[in-house]
Design a protein around this ligand. Structure first.
Ligand code: UFG
Length: 324
């Protein structure tokens, strides 16, 4: 298939391009390289375009015929979204509308959309399944939920087939392919812990140890980027069978606290992770753990990376390679 990977120079998008390229698909990466990396594009051709520029979208869709689009472009930092909501609604909602409009004009009827656990807000149950109330507590989650609503409306009005995949905590890397998590300003736990262990980053700040969790630190569900890519590939097949707009939660179903992640990172690295307790970070729910039963049953998703140490080890190899 000819697949357009929007945001294919970024962390999850580049792992998707790797999966698609290995599976024999023809990949076109659309990216404005604002946060993505040119060197991460190894499995397809780059077209530099911007979702906020409808004319550039028109050029991309006029030049090629796509069977499906995978949409990873987004601003995705919770705290930043609270401080800069207009940027989040513009990039994540308006940008997606431009993409959808170009798809409609050019008859492209399949979309896999990157959504997030942040659409749920503060959890009201131990495991979060798709029926959990959607009450985002920050502009990032709200922007993604708005797009999910737009996709449902697009299914009714234009027959667009779509799958929204709500990632919990994406983690890990494929260092053997030279791709991994490389954010200019890193905010995520595992890379910050590993960089602290390596000495390429400052001591980790542990944001809050007074949460209502067993050890007082936040609990998250870490899922490997390659398993996320697998789910996207299965979503493509699913859309051949099913019309309409669908959404699935993607996680391993197991929660690990920040302290457990620090301990696992130290184990994997074979050296301590320097860290200090700091105040809570704004907008962090105490616990986010997925039920991915629906993705397992309806997509046939089988995460391969179910062991936290193995996930962190894959990230560790990537960070070590970056340090030399
Ligand atoms: N944390 C630290 N120190 C750090 C970084 C993170 O203690 O340097 C803590 C956070 O406070 C949080 C946990 O580690 O408790 C995980 O934080 P991340 O930043 O790695 O990930 P988030 O859980 O904040 O983010 C994820 C997804 C987002 C999604 C969000 C929903 O990456 O896309 O969950 O809350 F929006």
């Amino acid at each position: 298939m000819n697949i357009l990977v929007c945001g294919g120079a970024g962390y999850i998008g580049s792992h998707m391009a790797q999966w698609l390229g290995e599976a024999g698909h023809s990949v076109t990466v659309l990216d404005n390289l604002s946060t993505g990396h040119r060197e991460a594009i190894k499995w397809g051709e780059l077209v530099e375009a911007d979702l906020l520029d409808p004319a550039s979208m028109e050029r991309v869709f006029s030049a090629r015929r796509f069977d499906a689009v995978m949409h990873f472009c987004a601003r995705s930092l919770v705290g930043e979204s609270v401080r800069q909501p207009y940027d989040y609604y513009a990039n994540n909602v308006t940008g997606t509308l431009h993409l959808l409009e170009a798809m409609r004009r050019h008859g492209v009827e399949r979309l896999v959309f990157s959504s997030t656990a942040a659409v749920f807000g503060n959890p009201v149950s131990e495991l979060i399944d798709e029926d959990h109330p959607k009450a985002p507590i920050n502009p990032y989650g709200a922007s993604k939920l708005m797009v999910e609503r737009i996709l449902a409306d697009a299914a009714d009005a234009y027959g667009l087939r779509s799958v929204a995949l709500r990632y919990f905590n994406a983690a890990g890397a494929l260092s053997e392919h030279g791709i991994g998590e490389a954010h200019a300003c890193e905010t995520h736990l595992i890379p910050n812990a590993l960089r602290a262990a390596l000495g390429t980053g400052p001591a980790l700040k542990l944001f809050g140890d007074d949460y209502p969790t067993p050890d007082g630190t936040c609990v998250r569900d870490y899922v490997h980027v390659q398993d996320l890519a697998q789910a996207h590939a299965l979503a493509l097949e699913f859309m051949d069978r099913e019309a309409g707009a669908h959404a699935f939660n993607l996680g391993n179903g197991q929660g690990f606290s920040v302290r457990e992640v620090i301990a696992a990172s130290a184990r994997v690295a074979g050296r301590p992770v320097p860290h200090e307790v700091a105040p809570r970070r704004e907008g962090d729910p105490a616990r986010l753990v997925a039920s991915s039963q629906r993705a397992r049953e309806m997509l046939g998703w089988r995460p391969v990376w179910t062991d936290l140490d193995a996930i962190i080890d894959s990230a560790w190899r990537w960070h070590q390679a970056q340090a030399f």
